[in-house]
Design a binder for this molecule. Structure first.
Ligand code: SF4
Ligand code: SF4
Length: 473
């Protein structure tokens, strides 16, 4: 029944296979010889299967866990260096016809303020985001064919790309909207989106159906097969994720990796990103009513194991997590974070009055983008506003072959430095700029190819002296 190449949800995410995997992992969690063998395999940096990774997740031996964390940290360094890509979510509309029991936008929530941005409001939000320094957005909207049809989403994307305010520009729009048809995915692809992101929420079909009692999202197969339709519609880069806290984390972890294996088996390219959101408090939602919450330690272990299981897949963490948690998991493998996020509709222009709350969840990390950028640099990271790959057509397997050739260091690193330089020139506070300039000078020496290093140095001068923008490798 289990078949990673099948296009049927229940065959590529087979419940029986997950249960056998969990059973196998539980039986082998003290099998140190097997655990060593799996860790040795992971050191080859070619990833792990869901079974192998599940054994590591089940293992409770402190020494072995420390080895897994060290390896994750090393793989993170080798593949992503010390760069962290920055993005912000933009909520377009919180109208939704679904009944997801963990989300305040569910149809039956009558006390949340319902809002949908007009194109004029989209423009104002985008200008506010550009004025902070953001270049990469993830747009979010509830599922509502009447209020948020695909035409509305496309119009918003078009508006977002068209706004050039001062030196600002949104250069990559990732899209997080409900599962849809191949035809609509093709329209999104033609509109020039970056990654299509859709969280599975849970891979457990039975729980999935209970957590989504009403609305089109109730259909487990349609939701789970969405990435295949997206790829059929021409979208190369897709982003997976589960909402940790809904189901047993070991089940979700195995399902997530099986989904990645399925995409690789069918389309020849795995997920571009994996997000790791955890259930949070929100209007009408009390996370304590869900009894599968995970501790910060388990969360860190999951992040480390995703890093070593799918080394080429970017990992995203949002402001749902606190500064302290973000600090820990960035080291272990997270490559992209949001900064200064507002999870309400229209929240960037003006704060919402208390009685008109439209937030999707409480933000734990409430710092400004300038503060986040400075914090990253202070503990040795390069905040990157790079969007080069997608704009150079390096998506899907072209992106993966660049990663696998080891040349990414000659692209990502200079691009990170140049986009950071733009940020420092246009948006940073004097203190952040001072730290950033010193960092750029030091990090320029870490570009492996001399020719690239020289060109990057020249571009940096042009950014500063001639006011030029948007160089990229
Ligand atoms: S999770 Fe998405 S689909 Fe579900 S209620 Fe919230 S916005 Fe709607
Ligand atoms: S060069 Fe490509 S992979 Fe590297 S940071 Fe930029 S967009 Fe991402």
């Amino acid at each position: 029944m289990y078949d990673p190449k099948s296009l049927k949800a229940e065959e590529f995410i087979s419940d029986a296979e997950i249960r056998e995997t969990l059973d196998y992992a539980e039986k082998n969690k003290d099998n140190l010889a097997l655990i060593d063998e799996i860790i040795e395999k992971a050191k080859l940096r070619k990833g792990l299967t869901h079974r192998e990774a599940s054994v590591l997740l089940a293992c409770e031996n402190e020494e072995k866990i420390a080895e897994m964390f060290d390896l994750a940290e090393q793989i993170k360094k080798d593949f992503y260096g010390n760069r962290i890509v920055m993005f912000a979510p933009l909520y377009l509309s919180n109208y939704c016809v679904n009944g997801c029991v963990y989300c305040p936008y569910h149809l039956k929530n009558k006390h949340i303020a319902r809002k949908k941005l007009t194109q004029e409001e989209v423009k104002r939000e985008v200008i506010a985001l550009q004025d902070m320094g953001h270049k990469r957005l993830a747009i979010e909207a509830g599922e509502d064919p009447k209020n948020n049809p695909i035409e509305y989403i496309l119009e918003c994307i078009n508006t977002i790309y068209s706004i050039k305010h001062k030196n600002g520009a949104i250069r990559r729009v990732n899209v997080n909207i409900a599962a849809t048809t191949v035809e609509n995915y093709r329209k999104l692809h033609d509109a020039g989106i970056g990654t299509y992101i859709l969280f599975q929420e849970t891979y457990n079909k039975e729980s999935y159906e209970q957590l989504h009692p009403t609305g089109p999202k109730h259909d487990y197969a349609y939701h789970t097969e969405a990435m295949d339709r997206a790829m059929e519609g021409g979208i190369d880069d897709v982003g997976l994720g589960v909402l940790f806290g809904l189901e047993l984390y070991k089940y979700e972890f195995a399902g997530l990796l099986m989904h990645a294996e399925h995409l690789e088996a069918v389309h020849g390219v795995g997920p571009h990103t994996i997000s790791v959101p955890r259930l949070k408090r929100a209007d009408d939602i009390d996370p304590d009513t869900f009894d599968n919450g995970i501790s910060d330690d388990i969360f860190a272990k999951i992040c480390a194991l995703i890093r070593i299981s799918v080394p080429y897949t970017g990992m995203i963490i949002s402001t749902r997590e606190s500064k302290a948690v973000r600090e820990k998991v960035i080291r272990l493998g997270v490559s992209q974070i949001s900064g200064a996020s507002r999870t309400s509709v229209g929240g960037y222009c003006e704060p919402e009055p208390e009685d008109e709350c439209s937030e999707q969840f409480d933000v734990s990390d409430k710092r400004t983008l300038d503060e986040v950028v400075r914090w990253l640099m202070e503990f040795g990271y390069i905040p990157s506003f790079c969007t080069a790959c997608y704009r150079e057509g390096r998506t899907g397997d072209r992106f993966m072959s660049l990663c696998k050739s080891g040349q990414i260091q000659n692209c990502c690193h200079p691009n990170a430095l140049m986009t950071l330089k733009e940020y420092l020139m246009d948006y940073a506070s004097p203190e952040t700029r001072k730290i950033g300039e010193a960092l750029i000078e030091k990090e320029l020496n870490n570009i492996p190819k001399e020719k690239v290093r020289q060109i990057a140095a020249d571009y940096l001068v042009q950014i500063e002296k001639e006011g030029r923008r948007d160089f990229r490798f």
